[in-house]
Design a protein around this ligand. Structure first.
Ligand code: JDE
Length: 237
């Protein structure tokens, strides 16, 4: 999979050089490229923002550097050709977007080419999204109902959630199906040695060797935990 990231803070994505994702890049499973938006400015101060039309607090990201950056990544479209299924998906992390889920991560992990556009300030000139729509499948995607200073940290989270689902990135594929959200429930509590630690015992069923009883206990723990902290997950289908 190819992943492009456009940002004014490329150093934030140095985090993707390490651990499992770093290995996947070395192995050629993921072709990840980070573009500094300021590469596509042409003034002495490398300006990427300006005051909002209509007034208001804060600054808005100018359209021109975004247009040039996306032209370089997506290519310039030859007239009014339709946007197709196999076209790149451009994701703008934004509190105004649809909420990112494990289901969305699974779908995006099947794509050939993802582009993350990381906005700063109070957002990006709306025409950048409208223009990108003519060449790519564009989605505004939110991590949740809170505001970050920029899309970078949200993009990092989404890249990690998506990339680990690509075959070969996570060593043991079984670990992908046995985790929170893959079956719509939260994880059961886990224990390892020693059997008693600071007077706290591992639940005896886990030491019983009775695999049926262990599976039933874990399922009950998942249901109880989900009911208690995330009842919304049980009422959805
Ligand atoms: C992503 N969940 C939250 C923030 C923004 C007022 C203040 C800030 C692309 O446009 C953006 C992006 C971001 C950064 O992302 C998040 C986020 N998932 O905060 C703003 C808009 N209005 C705009």
């Amino acid at each position: 999979m190819r992943i492009d990231i456009v940002t004014i803070f490329p150093a934030i994505f140095d985090a993707l050089d390490i651990s499992l994702l770093g290995k996947a890049r070395q192995n050629g499973i993921i072709d990840l490229r980070v573009t500094d938006l300021r590469t596509y400015t042409h003034d002495r101060h490398r300006t990427v923002d300006d005051t909002p039309y209509g007034g208001g607090a804060g600054m808005v990201m100018k359209p021109e550097p975004w247009g040039e950056a996306l032209d370089a990544i997506l290519g310039v479209q030859d007239v009014q050709s339709a946007v197709l299924d196999g076209d790149p998906v451009v994701i703008f992390p934004s509190p105004a977007g649809e909420v990112f889920t494990q289901r969305m991560a699974r779908h995006l992990a099947e794509e050939e080419h993802l582009v993350f556009g990381c906005g700063r300030y109070e957002g990006i000139d709306q025409r950048v999204f409208d223009d990108a729509h003519s060449r790519a499948r564009v989605r505004l995607v939110s991590l949740g109902d809170y505001v970050l200073n920029g899309g970078e940290v949200a993009a990092l989270a989404m890249v990690e959630a998506i990339a680990r689902l690509i075959p070969g990135v996570v060593g043991n594929p079984q670990s992908l199906v046995e985790e929170s959200h893959e079956d719509g429930l939260l994880e059961y509590p886990s224990y390892t040695k020693p059997p008693v630690w600071r007077g706290r015992e591992v639940p005896s069923v886990l030491l019983s060797g009775n695999h049926g009883a262990i599976a039933a206990w874990r399922r009950e723990q998942q249901l109880e935990r989900t009911r208690r902290v995330r009842p919304d997950l049980l009422s959805e289908d």
